[in-house]
Design a protein around this ligand. Structure first.
Ligand code: ZN
Length: 430
């Protein structure tokens, strides 16, 4: 562990620290950020009289729209002269949303990404090949500063030119790769084209984040790149990478709870959900100076795993991201995330076949059909087809509590049926 005294605190100690830091954050934003001062006044919240973490649920939520409405600097809690760095989101075009950092923010951020790297196996003697794009997005600089803070050697390769990247990994003998999981798969393809023997690769550790990926993809990457692959999680609006990272147990990402308070809410009702339930992750920053965030709605779906971890860290874990709250479907009152269905197919059949979810309503009842292009089952193998259908139905019923009609369709049927690249056709009228 990079900071064992902080990463393995007792729960009462941690909660006391969280409360003190939250109190300080609330008084600071109410003094320096008119947006929050106004919200607190409207809700009758006295930030100087905030006594318990249980009251967190009464604080206002912050959304990406709030950031956009106050862009570029409206939510900053310090004058610009104290800001030493600006970055922006790695996602879609976000208008002019800008994230600022004080020198203290950069130092804390570097220590948190150092924790993530250390949890993923990286040590002082390792060489970290950073293949995230350097620039305005937070991933590359976040991991870069973390690796330096840890005392490892950084190779700031950035993204692009995959053949050159493979050459550098082999020449410099990088032991760790930090990038998005799909880029790792792409590098593996390029290595195959170049005839690189995977046993000759110097890589040992793979630290992947920045997009939704499955357990199946982890296995593929581990196998093809000969690394131990861990998942890490960041949100640019609250900091960037370093919010949470997996340890070598690979059973969920430890959230750096001394710097971020995590809650799971129902994205429809906005009420907090109990531990263990899948919902939208909401984060409150506890130490950010330039751009503190109160109950920021990440839009990412996950669940918290409160059980102790074998690694000795006491920080709560979050499961890998299951999808986005904005694509969520409500079928027969059950929240269904299309990406979860893809993941279930991938886990059940060792590959994710192209599929389409079709929802309909008859006599007030929702009916759900899943069309699957199961190319791994030959069309003349009736028994194998039925087995595929039964297994899929069972798994969906078990995981989601919903009965699906599962239909196998021929190749490229789905491309013709769906209006865009989505996974869902919803015929219901609301
Ligand atoms: Zn652990």
């Amino acid at each position: 562990m990079f900071e064992p005294e902080l990463e393995s605190m007792s729960r009462p100690e941690l909660e006391q620290l969280q409360l003190e830091r939250l109190q300080a954050t609330l008084t600071r934003v109410s003094r320096n950020v008119p947006f929050y001062r106004k919200k607190f006044e409207e809700l009758g919240i006295d930030p100087y009289d905030f006594q318990s973490l249980v009251d967190l649920r009464h604080l206002p939520l912050t959304t990406r729209d709030d950031l956009r409405d106050n862009a570029p600097y409206g939510l900053f809690a310090v004058p610009l002269r104290e800001v030493v760095r600006l970055q922006t989101s790695s996602g879609f075009c976000e208008g002019s949303t800008v994230f600022g950092y004080t020198l203290g923010d950069i130092r804390r951020w570097s220590r948190l990404t150092a924790r993530v790297l250390a949890a993923g196996g990286v040590g002082r003697e390792d060489m970290v090949h950073v293949a995230h794009g350097y620039g305005l997005s937070t991933m590359a600089f976040g991991m870069h500063y973390g690796a330096e803070t840890l005392g490892a050697t950084v190779v700031p390769v950035s993204n692009g030119n995959a053949r050159r990247q493979v050459g550098i990994i082999l020449d410099y003998r990088a032991t760790s790769l930090s990038c998005i999981p799909s880029y790792a798969l792409y590098l593996a393809d390029v290595m195959d084209e170049m005839g690189v023997n995977r046993n000759a690769l110097p890589l040992r550790w793979g630290l992947f984040g920045g997009e939704v990926w499955s357990e199946q993809t982890r296995k593929t990457i581990q196998d093809r790149l000969n690394v131990l692959a861990t998942d890490n999680y960041g949100v640019s609006e609250v900091m960037g990478p370093g919010v949470a990272g997996e340890c070598l147990e690979r059973q969920g990402m430890h959230i750096n709870e001394d710097h971020f308070l995590a809650e799971i809410i129902d994205p429809a009702t906005l009420s907090p959900l109990p531990h263990g339930t899948i919902g939208e992750l909401v984060l409150t920053t506890l130490t950010k100076e330039a751009l503190p965030m109160i109950r920021f709605r990440t839009g990412d779906l996950t669940r918290l795993v409160p059980e102790p971890c074998a690694c000795g860290r006491t920080l709560v874990r979050m499961q890998r991201i299951q999808g986005r709250s904005d694509d969520m479907l409500i079928i027969q009152g059950v929240n269904v995330y299309p990406e979860r269905i893809g993941a279930i197919l991938a886990e059940t059949h060792k590959a994710e076949p192209d599929h389409l979810i079709v929802v309909d309503r008859h006599g007030g009842l929702d009916r759900t059909m899943l069309l699957v292009e199961a190319n791994m089952v030959a069309p003349d193998q009736i028994k194998a087809q039925q087995k595929f259908i039964d297994l899929t139905r069972q798994r969906l019923a078990m995981e989601l509590g919903l009965v699906f009609e599962v239909k196998l369709v021929e190749r490229s049927t789905i491309a013709e049926l769906r209006p865009d690249l989505g996974k869902v056709v919803d015929h219901r009228k609301f």
